[in-house]
Design a protein around this ligand. Structure first.
Ligand SMILES: [Zn+2]
Length: 551
């Protein structure tokens, strides 16, 4: 255990508790996907800046789910991209005296490079200026118009360009005698124009019924309650076009107006399913709390009107502070994903983000806790286990990993109880844990397994047993068993500790384990999981390099 690291309450209890819960799990609850298709999306990010750690966190949720789902045999679609038809992006391009498309190309490239350098396993990268997206948005608009759900009206209101949305006076705060947007601290513009409106109010009852029938639609649940309360308060129709903007997707029934950026952006999730991937819809959305209303209310209503199925689930993430302060450009404390990974390594960043921060809550990012978890949990915990076991086994010419039942039974002691639980898991159970208790839980369960395996090694002292002829055989069995334990723990960690997993594949030197990939759907992981006896050609290596002391 490590000082200063928050632990999530339910992990402090024995793993047995989790497994009992799993056996009692009510299977009438939402089963995310009955078919073998899995579709998950990040929000599309504004392309006027490079991604920060909050974006990285949302993308990682999608990446880790995608990688697990491939191991469980699903055909996975993981979509991300950039939101380009935004007024604020256009304004930035003008500020930089750049051609708008050149500016957008530049940022689309930067986003893509960030995700590629972070080894995100996305399958689709959408740009909302693409012809495919434009054509699809116009098709949906026409359908909605033909249903009588779009009408013309006059709109007057306060518009915050930073938020790309209209504000009520009650949404604003006072600063220097002016009413400003609480997020952007700027006075919204008063806009009065002829717009086209979407009949959101028409769908109020249908939405409430949908929420009631799908109690797991939004996670965490307190966000869901906020959404339901907002809808029950009464929905107003919203404007879906802009008269003054010229950059955007023209309405098919009125070419003088372009589509409101949020309306067009939401449709990206369906655009990527057009042209052969229709079966992937409906999918799961991961999004930030600032866009929860658009995703949980506007988007389902738009889909109801256009005749599409509603999303399966929406996972709403919180905001990050950095060492207790709001993350902002002016404070210069924006956490940049590539710098983070370059300094600490991808695995350490991922482990920290999902061990210390709970999906759905606001979280405080701390470099000190990241460094501490890297050194004392990953390096001294997992790194040390793999290194000690593989070196000792190599030194004693061991070429077999084996689930020795007598060793397995030894894990009944309290200290090592967790180990027996983890070794008893099946792929189906891991999948259910992932879906009901999420990534944080699986990662924490895994880490308890690492601790228990280290305790096992400490208690059994195979290095002592190997020294005397009477106990050498027993010492070998312990090491063969520990190689088996390392294999199981490595397989659980493969979707989140991708770099280390690749190293462990080399360290173990087994053909089947070497074939396991979280980037494509395959059977190898499940076959490797079931191996109770396997050959190894050990090549011990150090998993984690110590960090250079900061200057
Ligand atoms: Zn704003």
């Amino acid at each position: 255990m490590i000082n200063g690291l928050k632990r999530i309450d339910n992990v402090n209890c024995a793993c047995n508790f989790a497994l009992n819960q799993l056996y009692n799990y009510d299977f009438t609850m939402i089963i995310w996907s009955m078919s073998k298709k899995f579709f998950i999306t990040t929000p599309i990010y504004y392309s006027n800046d490079i991604p920060h750690v909050g974006h990285m966190y949302s993308s990682l949720i999608c990446d880790i789910f995608s990688r697990y789902k491939r191991l469980f045999g699903y055909d996975v679609k993981f979509s991300t991209g950039v939101d380009e038809n935004s007024q604020k992006v256009v304004q930035k391009a003008i500020e930089h005296e750049m051609d708008i498309m050149d500016y957008l190309d530049m940022y689309a490239q930067k986003h893509k490079e960030t995700w590629d350098n972070l080894d995100m396993s996305y399958t689709d990268f959408i740009r909302t200026t693409s012809e495919k997206h434009k054509a699809f948005v116009q098709q949906v608009l026409q359908k909605t118009y033909d249903r009588g759900d779009i009408y013309q009206g006059e709109y007057e209101g306060l518009y915050c360009v930073g938020c790309e949305s209209f504000k009520k006076e009650t949404d604003l705060i006072e600063k220097d005698g002016k009413l400003v947007c609480p997020d952007h601290l700027k006075e919204p513009e008063r806009i009065k124009e002829k717009n086209w409106f979407f009949k959101l109010s028409k769908y109020q009852d249908q939405l409430v019924k949908f929420y009631e029938n799908n109690p797991g639609f939004i996670s965490p649940h307190f966000r869901f309650n906020e959404v339901i309360a907002f809808v029950k308060w009464g929905l107003e129709d919203f404007s879906i076009s802009r008269e003054t903007n010229k950059f955007g997707i023209p309405l098919p029934f009125d070419e003088s107006q372009v589509t409101y950026v949020r309306y067009d952006a939401l449709l990206n999730y369906l655009t990527v399913c057009q042209g052969g991937d229709e079966e992937f819809w409906p999918g799961i959305h991961v999004l930030g709390k600032d866009i929860a209303r658009f995703h949980a209310i506007y988007w389902p209503a738009m889909l109801l009107s256009a005749g599409y199925q509603l999303p399966q689930k929406e996972i709403v993430t919180g905001f990050f502070t950095v060492d207790g302060q709001k993350m902002s450009k002016s404070l210069g404390n924006t956490v940049k994903p590539l710098e983070l990974v370059e300094k600490y390594g991808r695995d350490a960043a991922v482990f920290y983000l999902f061990y210390d921060l709970v999906i759905g809550s606001d979280g405080d990012f701390s470099y000190a806790r990241l460094e501490a978890s890297r050194e004392s949990m990953l390096s001294a915990g997992w790194g040390n286990l793999v290194s000690r076991v593989s070196k000792l086994a190599d030194k004693n010419d061991i070429s077999l990993g084996k689930k020795h039942l007598e060793c397995f039974d030894l894990c009944k002691d309290d200290e090592e109880e967790c180990l027996q639980d983890i070794l008893s898991l099946t792929p189906v159970m891991i999948e259910e844990l992932l879906e009901t208790k999420w990534i944080n839980y699986v990662l924490q369960l895994w880490y308890r397994g690492v601790q228990a395996a280290n305790t096992y090694m400490q208690n059994q002292e195979p290095w002592v047993k190997l020294k005397s002829p009477e106990s050498a055989q027993e010492g070998r069995q312990h090491l063969e068993f520990l190689l088996y334990v390392v294999k199981q723990l490595a397989l659980i960690s493969a979707p989140f500790l991708t770099e280390w997993f690749a190293k462990i594949q080399t360290i173990l030197g087994n053909d089947l384990i070497a074939k396991v990939s979280t980037r494509e759907t395959n059977e190898h992981w499940r076959q490797a999981w079931d191996l109770e006896e396997f050959d190894v050609t050990l090549a011990p290596d150090i998993l984690y390099q110590k960090l250079e002391p900061s200057v």
